[in-house]
Design a protein around this ligand. Sequence first.
Ligand SMILES: Cc1cc2nc3c(=O)[nH]c(=O)nc-3n(C[C@H](O)[C@H](O)[C@H](O)COP(=O)(O)O)c2cc1C
Length: 186
Amino acid sequence: MHRYEKRNLPVDKVRRFLEPGPIVLVSSKWKGATNIMTMGWHMVMGFEPSLIGCYIWEENHSFEMLRTSKECVINIPTEDIAAKVVGIGNSSGRDIDKFKKFRLTAAPGKKVKAPLIAECYANFECRLADSSLINRYSLFVWEVVKAHAASSPRYPRTIHYRGDGVFMLSDGNTSRYRRLFKSQNL
Ligand SMILES: Cc1cc2nc3c(=O)[nH]c(=O)nc-3n(C[C@H](O)[C@H](O)[C@H](O)COP(=O)(O)O)c2cc1C
């Protein structure tokens, strides 16, 4: 076992250790227009109901679309569309139609008007469950009301962000620790 020598870490860098959930694409629809944004800052806040907290910067075009429509789809992209994921995060729906520009297919949802992205491995249709933290923290609490996911490959190669333009791809699963794991920990 290794004891790590440590130095002071500026608190604003802490996020890099906690961030690597998959990067997702948040799609929205408002007044006939659709949009997509790239998002890394999300967290699970419960599973019955299924709640996801998302930090959405107020300067993003998506912010007002999401706040007013009260709906979104959280899409899980895989490595094959990583360049599009970064491009979507570096452009704004204020200036371009991102479905068109990045050649992605908008598929209809079952419960929300926001479109599913057909090229993503999974799509979670969401309704705004709690808006009370938006003004203070830009935190949208979504409830997943319908979920669609592919079954193959079993473990998709998702994209994770480590800060400074460095990404990590999910692979290298291990079941080595499974016998130590209590199933009630989900
Ligand atoms: C890897 C990556 C992760 C991002 N994560 C977030 C995030 O968690 N929250 C956020 O508000 N913006 C995030 N962004 C920035 C938005 O995707 C970006 O501002 C985007 O252009 C917004 O598009 P819109 O103006 O069409 O809404 C991220 C961008 C990248 C490239």
